[in-house]
Design a protein around this ligand. Structure first.
Ligand code: CU
Length: 149
């Protein structure tokens, strides 16, 4: 009788520990990621992305499901987020990026950027402008490094 009473809190405790461990490591091996992030469906064509202007939240996984409907091979490449996915014509692929801060990331096709095949991923804030007040001061931008005054 008493044993059962004691065992229950222990069980709950260990479950809690397990859940905590899972949450903290998102850079782990190629395991199956929990689908907690945001999904974006994106069409690639000759020579544009649709939509070409997408957004997400900092610190969260953004899963981009690419579908190449063109007749050329295209890539979904994001400078700054280590994404560079080649997609053959008629194929689909999924890319996951996790921006760790607010900002605007340009994405493009490596082969056809000069033909205007590019877009942008806006992270954080709602819409253009958005003076964020949750982070330290804002104003950052690319490069960064120095604290203001
Ligand atoms: Cu292309």
């Amino acid at each position: 009788m008493n044993r059962a009473v004691l065992a229950t809190p222990l069980l709950l405790l260990s479950l809690g520990l397990l859940a905590g461990a899972c949450n903290s490591g998102d850079g782990g091996a190629s395991g199956s990621n929990a689908k907690a992030g945001q999904g974006i469906g994106m069409e690639m064509d000759d020579f544009y992305f649709k939509p070409a202007d997408v957004s997400g939240e900092a610190g969260e996984e953004i899963t981009v499901e690419l579908q190449n409907e063109g007749s050329a091979t295209h890539t979904f490449t994001v400078s700054g987020l280590n994404a560079d996915q080649v997609v053959e014509p008629g194929e689909t692929a999924t890319v996951t990026v996790t921006p760790d801060g607010d900002g605007t990331f340009a994405f493009f096709c490596r082969f056809h950027r000069s033909q205007g095949m590019e877009g942008k991923l806006t992270v954080g804030g709602g819409g253009a402008g958005g003076a964020g007040d949750s982070n330290d001061g804002g104003g950052g931008g690319s490069g960064g490094g120095y604290y203001g005054y």
